[in-house]
Design a protein around this ligand. Structure first.
Ligand SMILES: C[S@@+](CC[C@H](N)C(=O)[O-])C[C@H]1O[C@@H](n2cnc3c(N)ncnc32)[C@H](O)[C@@H]1O
Length: 269
């Protein structure tokens, strides 16, 4: 219970530490011309840094996820206990699209929730699948997407990320608040699934949150090292890891954009 409380605390509280930019030394970065140029952005209406919001809904959410390990997420959606939901796409996606630095082709958003990011990513050049274990979430996302001008390039699937077997691989996978939603002992399986689902030259984007020094948050607290620990053994390397300057205010300073690809063996003969 303490661990989950810490996760929820991370979702709702905002202590912003300093930023960092790390580029893999052995990798040519075809994105670094754009990503480090991200500018600070004020999202009106967002909670100010330092503000703490607690509500009975949070207690209920904790209770649901703990007392219903098999269908806790579904029950959260049924009860509209979705404090993680921004109610809009995460702003950095728009920036990445504007700078045309995202792979086209087929994209996957695991743990897609309400589907805002799926809808934002979709275009005639990019077909996007939103995957969520919750029937309610998928229904909500489908409704939302139905009025999108890119509705033809979107589909939502209700399935468990860890067992789902799609028929084709992906050029891009975008993970936002999915890694931090799964229990840590599933993180290796998460990485294996990413490797299985991506094309060999596909790109994994992890919008890593929450990243900070909060003590006692283990199960759902994340760090760059947590990602590296499970991705490096599978041959993924970071193309770039940068502070997300476009994070909504209450998450500012605790989000990093990680862009990963698998190491390709180059034959020099
Ligand atoms: C913290 S929410 C994030 C939702 C969305 N990415 C967002 O940023 O608003 C995590 C989502 O993952 C879904 N989920 C949890 N476990 C899952 C699994 N094993 N397979 C697919 N979806 C899962 C939940 O239903 C929930 O919608």
């Amino acid at each position: 219970m303490r661990a989950l409380s810490a996760f929820l605390f991370h979702l709702l509280v905002t202590p912003p530490p300093s930023s960092a930019i790390r580029i893999h030394p052995l990798t040519r970065c075809h994105h670094c011309a754009t990503l480090p140029l991200m500018v600070a952005h004020k999202n009106s209406g967002e909670t100010s840094p330092g503000t703490v919001q607690f509500s009975p809904a949070v207690d209920k959410l904790q209770e649901f996820l703990h007392s219903n390990p098999s269908d806790g997420w579904e029950r959260c959606w049924e009860e509209r206990l979705t404090p993680w939901d921004l109610g809009k796409p995460t702003p950095v996606l728009q920036h990445l699209l504007q700078t045309d630095s995202l792979p086209k082709g087929r994209a996957l958003v695991p743990g897609s929730g309400s589907g805002y990011d799926v809808i934002t990513l979709a275009s005639p050049e990019r077909y996007v699948i939103g995957l969520d274990i919750s029937e309610v979430a998928i229904k909500k996302a489908r409704e939302l997407a139905s009025s999108s001008p890119n509705a033809n390039y979107i589909s939502f699937t209700q399935a468990d990320f860890f067992t789902w077997e799609p028929t084709q691989h992906f050029d891009l996978i975008f993970d936002y608040t999915f890694f931090c939603a799964i229990v840590p002992n599933m993180r290796s399986a998460w990485a294996t699934r990413m490797a299985d689902l991506l094309k060999p030259d596909g790109e994994l984007i992890t919008l890593m949150f929450p990243i900070d020094d909060h003590d006692g948050g283990p199960p759902y607290k994340t760090s760059v090292a947590d990602y590296e620990e499970v991705l490096h053994p599978l041959g993924f390397h970071a193309i770039s890891i940068v502070e997300n300057e476009l994070a909504v205010d209450r998450r500012k300073g605790r989000e990093k954009v990680g862009r990963w690809q698998r190491t390709m063996t180059v034959c020099s003969l």
